[in-house]
Design a protein around this ligand. Structure first.
Ligand code: SAH
Length: 298
């Protein structure tokens, strides 16, 4: 950052903090002015996306303290993202329409997809792409699943049920998006993630949404969550060569499990527990997921 001659050192960072609303969290004071501005803008954009309605406009005189002329007003990306909550409803509706055109019919699932703001789950730089039908990176070589596949898997999980599912387990929380959608269609949702920083990221992504019926766990989902089962629905967001045995055992009788299985070539597998000792399986469409891995990381 370029400090002005005789300028009190703290002023510029304080100004950035004001704009971003993230006092003490950005390191703008330690990098070049340009980078500082980008970092602050990203932070500001991120914050503004979530809080646009409550975020006051910076007072006109806030630039008086900022030496760098480029700090005069929030740069365009801030404004663009600040408006996103308003725009995003329309864009999200369009996303749901596309998902419906691709064949998802379950009205409860479509309503759930419309209710959850997908842009909350992406880093600010990717938020404008939140409503395209693609998987996107969330860090640690993992991805947020494509909207269509999220909707499709939940539709298969519900199997045309009239009402809500009762208790659902998700393996692979990632950024928490699918867990939030599941929480719209089930009474209780448990979600496990094996990468600790992602588990924590999901926690902070979900916090502003205040979803009371969703519990996140850090651990190896291949072992399931026996203390919370049996589950009416189990959904895997990562592909193993087959479904781990522990998960079969944690299905309620009449319960359903949907999982991507395979290596390079993957398909969705549906398993229904028909009796205490009987499971029926069906192979559905091709898909592409990150691998299911044992153990924990971080
Ligand atoms: N549900 C996410 C998708 C995340 S990608 C969404 O809403 O888009 C799949 C996730 O599964 C990754 O975060 C990966 O770390 C996780 N994963 C892989 N193997 C796992 C395991 N054994 N237990 C728990 N999570 C696992």
């Amino acid at each position: 950052m370029s400090e002005g001659k005789g300028q009190p050192k703290k002023r510029f960072p304080l100004t950035l903090d004001f704009v971003s609303g993230l006092a003490g969290r950005n390191k703008a004071g330690t990098t070049a002015a340009q980078n500082s501005r980008q970092t602050a803008t990203r932070n500001a954009a991120h914050h503004a996306t979530r809080n646009a309605v409550h975020h006051p406009a910076p007072p006109k005189d806030y630039v008086v303290h900022a030496k760098a002329p480029e700090m005069k007003r929030p740069s365009p990306p801030v404004d663009k993202l600040a408006n996103m909550p308003l725009v995003s409803e329309a864009v999200r509706k369009a996303m749901v329409q596309r998902v419906a055109q691709q064949g998802v019919q379950d009205p409860l699932v479509l309503a759930a997809m419309e209710a959850v703001p997908r842009h909350y789950f992406l880093e600010p730089g990717l938020a404008p792409q939140a409503y395209i039908d693609a998987s996107l990176p969330i860090g640690y070589h993992q991805t947020i699943s494509q909207p269509y596949i999220v909707a499709r898997m939940i539709e298969v999980l519900r199997g045309g049920a009239e009402g809500r599912l009762q208790r659902v387990l998700e393996i692979g929380t990632g950024c928490g998006y699918q867990a939030a959608v599941l929480a719209q269609v089930a009474d209780e949702v448990y979600s496990i993630e094996r990468i600790r920083p992602l588990h924590e990221q999901a926690r902070s992504n979900l916090r502003p949404l205040r979803i009371p019926n969703l519990r996140l766990h850090y651990g190896d989902g291949m072992l399931g969550l026996p203390q919370c089962g049996p589950f009416d629905g189990i959904i895997l967001a990562a592909a193993g060569l087959d479904v781990p045995q522990a998960l079969f055992d944690q299905m309620a009788i009449g319960g359903r499990l949907v999982a991507p299985v395979g290596g390079q070539q993957q398909r969705l597998k549906l398993v229904v527990r028909t009796k205490r000792n009987e499971w029926m399986a069906d192979m559905l469409e091709a898909c592409h997921f990150v691998p299911l891995r044992p153990g924990t990381f971080g």
